[in-house]
Design a protein around this ligand. Structure first.
Ligand code: NAI
Length: 464
C-alpha cells in the first residue's frame, strides 16, 4: 500500500519538525498537522515563516519549501483524520500529576483521547503510528480502544518513536542514526503496514538505517535510549563534584574516558544538569514500569539518574550562594540562558527554572536573559512550580533583552545555557559594569577560565 495522505495529531516540538521533513522529502504525500491549540496552529501558518512557534535551526526554510504545497497546519482534527490513510499521534505524554502513579507514570489521557477520536471518525482503514514516547505495551491499549469503539474498520498500530534532539532536529531528521518501526510482524496486514511506513522514510533514509522490530521492543527502546543518554550525563556530573574536591579536572577526565572506543566521547560534558521535556519523564516512566513488575533493583538503579540530576542543579545554586558569603539576599544575580539547551526555545524542565527558584528562595534579585525565550514563558515556568505567588515571582525576577543589561550592576553571573553568542560577549565591558568582586559561575563550561580570570572575574566552572 502506498501512503498518499498523512495526518499528524500534535503540532509540537516533534510533530511539527518531523512532518515538515516528511512533506519536504515526499512531495506526492499530503501531510496535515493538526492541533487543538489554535494559537500554535496560527503561528505555524503565519505568513512570515520566521514566526513559526518552534525555533530550530533550518526549520523555517523547510516549512517555507513545503507549506501550502503538501504541508498543511489545521485545527480541524476530524477532517484530517477522515482524509488520512496514516495517522501519527504526536501529542504530549507528561508525567502524571495526580492519582495512581503521580510524579512517575506517563499521563496517557491525551493519547487515549486521540484514539477515541480516531475511532469515532474513521470510516476507512487506517494505520495509526505512535510517534509520542509511550510506556511499553501502550499499543495494546490503543488497539483495544480503536477496535471496541470504532466503526468496524481495520486499524494497524505501529510504534515509530522519534529520536531527534531539540536544537538539531532538522539535521537529525535529515540524517537519522536509525529509524525504528515496530509493528505486528506475525501477520500479513501488520507487515504491510510496516512496509508502508518504511516506504515513507525510504524517500530519504537508506533502508539499512530503518530498523523493524516488534511493537514492544520499539516502545521500550525509546524509553531506554533516553535513559542511557541521561545516565551518561548524570555519570559525568557525579564525577564533576569529585573533581572539584580532588583537584582533578572534569574536562581532562571526560576526554580521557571518552577516548576509550568502547565508551566514546559524546554526552560526557559536565553541566548544571540535564533538562528538556523527555529525559526525566521517560526515566520516571521506566522506573514506574519496573516497579509495577516488582523489579525494585531495576527501578532503584534508574531512579538514581534523576536523583543525581536534581542534586547537580541544587549543588550549583548552593555553591553560588556559599561563594557570595552565604547570602544572596537583595543581590542581583544575572542568569544567562533559560532554554534547557542552546538552539531551542524550549524551556521544559530546564535547570534554569530550578536554580532560579532556589535563588529566589534565598531572596536574590534575579535578572534573566535568553536570546530565544520570552518573558511570558520564563514567568510561566516559575509560576508552574507553585513555590510562590505570581505577584511574588514578578517582584523578584526581571527579564531583560540583552546579556549586558542582565549583568549591569550584578554581583554574580550564572551561565545556564550554552548559547554560542555568550562566548563572544565583551566580557571586559561586562566586568566593568559589575559590582566587585565579580563572580562568574559557568554551569556549562562554556568560557575559558584563563581569559576570564585575567579580566578579573572570580571564576567557577562545574567540575574544576
Ligand atoms: P508538545 O507539547 O510540544 O506538543 C504536543 C502537542 O499535542 C501540543 O501542541 C498539544 O496541544 C497537542 N495535543 C494534545 N492533545 C491533543 C489532541 N487530543 N488533539 C490534538 N492535539 C493535541 O510535545 P512534544 O515535545 O512534541 O512531544 C510529543 C511526544 O514526543 C512526547 O511523547 C514526547 O515524549 C515525544 N518526544 C519528544 C521529543 C522532544 O525533543 N521534544 C523527542 C522525542 C520524542
Amino acid at each position: 500500500m502506498k501512503v498518499k495522505n498523512i495526518c499528524c495529531i500534535g503540532a509540537g516540538y516533534v510533530g511539527g519538525p518531523t512532518m515538515a521533513i516528511i512533506a519536504q522529502k515526499s512531495p506526492e504525500i499530503t501531510v496535515t498537522v493538526v492541533d487543538i491549540n489554535a494559537k500554535r496552529i496560527a503561528a505555524w501558518n503565519d505568513p512570515d515563516v520566521n514566526n513559526i512557534p518552534i525555533y530550530e535551526p533550518g526549520l523555517a526554510e523547510v516549512v517555507a519549501e513545503a507549506r501550502g504545497r503538501n504541508l498543511f497546519f489545521s485545527t480541524d482534527v476530524d477532517a484530517a483524520i477522515d482524509a488520512a490513510d496514516m495517522i501519527f499521534i504526536s501529542v504530549n505524554t507528561p508525567t502524571k500529576t495526580y492519582g495512581m502513579g503521580k510524579g512517575m507514570a506517563a499521563d496517557l489521557k491525551y493519547i487515549e483521547l486521540c484514539a477515541r477520536q480516531i475511532a469515532r471518525i474513521a470510516t476507512t482503514d487506517k494505520i495509526v503510528v505512535e510517534k509520542s514516547t509511550l510506556p511499553v505495551r501502550t499499543a495494546e491499549a490503543l488497539k483495544n480502544i480503536l477496535d471496541n469503539t470504532g466503526n468496524g474498520v481495520n486499524f494497524q498500530i505501529l510504534s515509530n518513536p522519534e529520536f531527534l534532539a531539540e536544537g538539531t532536529a532538522v539535521t537529525d531528521l535529515h540524517k537519522p542514526d536509525r529509524v525504528l518501526i515496530g509493528g505486528d510482524l506475525d501477520t500479513e496486514a501488520g507487515r504491510e503496514a510496516i512496509q508502508a511506513l518504511v516506504d515513507v522514510y525510504a524517500h530519504w533514509v537508506t533502508e539499512d538505517n530503518i530498523l523493524t522490530t516488534n511493537v514492544w521492543s520499539s516502545e521500550l527502546s525509546k524509553l531506554t535510549a533516553n535513559a542511557f543518554l541521561a545516565q551518561r550525563v548524570s555519570s559525568i556530573n557525579a564525577l564533576s563534584e569529585l573533581c572539584e574536591v580532588t583537584g582533578a579536572d572534569i574536562k581532562e577526565v571526560s576526554k580521557a574516558i571518552g577516548m576509550d572506543s568502547r565508551i566514546g566521547p559524546k554526552f560526557l560534558q559536565a553541566s548544571v544538569g540535564f533538562g528538556g521535556s523527555c529525559f526525566q519523564k521517560d526515566i520516571l516512566n521506566l522506573v514506574y514500569i519496573a516497579k509495577s513488575f516488582g523489579l525494585e533493583e531495576v527501578a532503584d538503579y534508574w531512579e538514581q539518574v534523576i536523583i543525581m540530576n536534581d542534586h547537580q542543579k541544587r549543588r550549583f545554586a548552593a555553591k553560588l550562594v556559599k561563594t557570595l558569603y552565604n547570602t544572596v539576599s537583595g543581590k542581583q544575580i544575572a542568569m544567562l540562558g533559560w532554554a534547557f539547551k542552546k538552539d531551542t526555545n524550549d524551556t521544559r524542565e530546564s535547570a534554569s527554572i530550578y536554580v532560579a527558584d532556589y535563588l529566589l528562595n534565598e531572596q536574590a534579585s534575579v535578572v534573566v536573559y535568553d536570546p530565544k525565550v520570552t518573558e511570558e514563558q520564563i514567568l510561566a515556568d516559575l509560576d508552574y512550580l507553585g513555590t510562590r505567588s505570581e505577584a511574588e515571582n514578578r517582584a523578584l525576577i526581571r527579564v531583560v533583552n540583552s546579556a549586558e543589561a542582565a549583568c549591569d550592576q550584578a554581583h554574580a553571573i550564572a551561565i545556564m545555557t550554552e548559547w554560542d553568542a555568550f562566548k563572544d560577549l565583551d566580557w571586559n565591558a561586562i566586568y566593568s559594569d559589575m559590582l566587585k568582586p565579580a563572580f562568574l559561575f559557568d554551569g556549562r563550561r562554556l568560557l575559558d577560565r584563563k581569559v576570564l580570570e585575567e579580566i578579573g572575574f572570580d571564576f567557577y566552572a562545574i567540575g574544576s
